[in-house]
Design a protein around this ligand. Structure first.
Ligand code: DOR
Ligand code: ZN
Length: 428
């Protein structure tokens, strides 16, 4: 048994924000209340003193890349889940752009088999189309039956609207989410850097906001037509936020992600961070950044998802044009939220926690993201005020491609508990 004493319990799902103790046994939360430090029966193995700390549901990330199988020199499911635990996450959804792409029941089962022994709950998105080629649908019935968390060709858009339409109809029937990476290649000149003043100054081709917005608009219309739930991934532009706001009001079943890099940085970041700030879709203007923050504030953007995308130093050293897009995010997400959203005055700590727990769990129908008696003991203990400096060596991920290295941020993960086990403890 573990007893967490004297923490400020913030559980947005139930609206709790009060000092409570939590008792954990056999992987579950057995009681929430006020308990003596030692119980005389001697059943308590460990007491965690959470005085001055915040206790919250383990974070949920609907969008990570663990590169397993196929590119395990960048990350694998073991190092990815250790990095997730260090970031306070207890449930993550891995994207399907592995090598080969995850498009068959056989491959899903092989992965699920290995995921049983990980420190946190790792779920899998599976491809919408075979080989992520955008042509032929995967066996969505069988993949849903086998436990796919959602369907996504993340990394690539699906060009053919007939394919999207058929996929949405099937997803509606199955009650599953389709998660979209929206960037029309026909409208992209370059990749990973915003088309605009910074790209012009550098003399490189940029990725336009229109490339994203045109597909966001298309797929919101198709979602309305089919009634399926869609997820708009890593929303990066003002008009995308506006389109989602409009279509939510019109009753479309859309959920949407904001990433820490899109709410923290602007296109200027590539000037100082180079390829470390190269990401698809790109980080855009200050106006886009504020729209994303306002979208989070009013619920247009439901949740924070990291798009944790590990790449090696060698690859990132190739420069802005040649380097692959993406950055790691799991170990800095909470601190970026604290620093750039909460401390900056855009939202409260409970609101930030909601965007990282209850909201993603609800969007994907996961049994996660809340603290309740009888529920899974998936918990994070945080010091929202502790400042720390991001270092390359401090990452648990196999990769360290983060534009935030060297930054001093506020908000530290102290413990992560998953299924009743301490899976991360700072300084241990
Ligand atoms: O920048 C990105 N990197 N965006 C994506 O959608 C995919 C990701 C990756 O897999 O590296
Ligand atoms: Zn993506």
């Amino acid at each position: 048994m573990i007893l967490i004493k004297n923490g400020r319990l913030i559980d947005p799902a139930s609206g709790t924000d009060e000092q409570y103790d939590i008792l954990i046994d056999e992987g579950k939360i057995t009681a929430i209340g006020h308990f003596p430090k030692q119980d005389e029966s001697g059943y308590i193995d460990e007491v965690i003193d959470a005085s001055g700390l915040t206790v919250a549901p383990g974070f949920v990330d609907t969008h990570v890349h663990f590169r397993d199988p196929g590119q395990t020199w960048k990350e694998d499911i073991v190092t990815g889940s250790v990095a997730a635990a260090a970031g306070g996450y207890t449930t993550v959804v891995c994207m399907a752009n592995t090598t080969p792409p995850l498009d068959s029941v056989e491959a899903l089962k092989e992965l699920q088999d290995r995921e049983k022994d990980l420190p946190i709950n790792v779920l899998n998105a599976v491809c919408v189309t075979k080989g992520m080629k955008g042509k032929e649908l995967t066996d969505m019935d069988a993949l849903a039956e086998a436990g796919a968390a959602c369907f996504s060709d993340d990394g690539l858009p699906i060009k053919d609207e007939k394919v999207v339409l058929a996929a949405l109809k099937k997803a509606k029937e199955l009650g599953k989410v389709i998660s979209f990476h929206e960037e029309d290649p026909d409208l992209l000149e370059g990749r990973g850097v915003n088309k605009g003043v910074v790209a012009d100054r550098l003399g490189i081709r940029g990725a336009s906001a229109e490339a994203e917005q045109s597909l966001v608009a298309r797929d919101l219309v198709l979602a309305e037509y089919t009634g399926a739930r869609v997820c708009m991934q890593h929303v990066s532009s003002r008009l995308s936020v506006e389109l989602i706001r409009l279509m939510k009001r019109a009753g479309v079943d859309v959920v949407a992600e904001a990433t820490p890099h899109h709410f923290s940085l602007t296109e200027e970041a590539v000037l100082t961070k180079g390829a470390l700030a190269k990401v698809n879709p790109p980080i855009r203007t200050a106006e886009d950044r504020y729209s994303i923050i306002y979208g989070l504030q009013d619920g247009t953007l439901d949740m924070i998802a990291t798009d944790h995308a590990p790449h090696t130093d060698e690859e990132k050293a190739k420069g802005l044009i040649e380097a692959p897009s993406g950055m790691i995010g799991l170990e800095t997400a909470f601190a970026l939220g604290m620093t750039n959203l909460v401390s900056a005055g855009y939202m409260t700590l409970p609101q930030l926690i909601e965007k990282m727990t209850a909201a993603p769990a609800k969007a994907y129908g996961l049994n996660a993201g809340r603290i309740e008696e009888g529920g899974p003991a998936d918990i994070v203990i945080l010091d929202p005020n502790e400042e720390w400096t991001v270092t390359k060596e401090g990452f648990h991920s196999k990769s360290s491609n983060s534009p935030f290295v060297g930054e001093t941020l506020k908000g530290r993960v102290k413990y992560t508990i998953c299924s009743g086990k301490i899976v991360y403890e700072e300084n241990r």
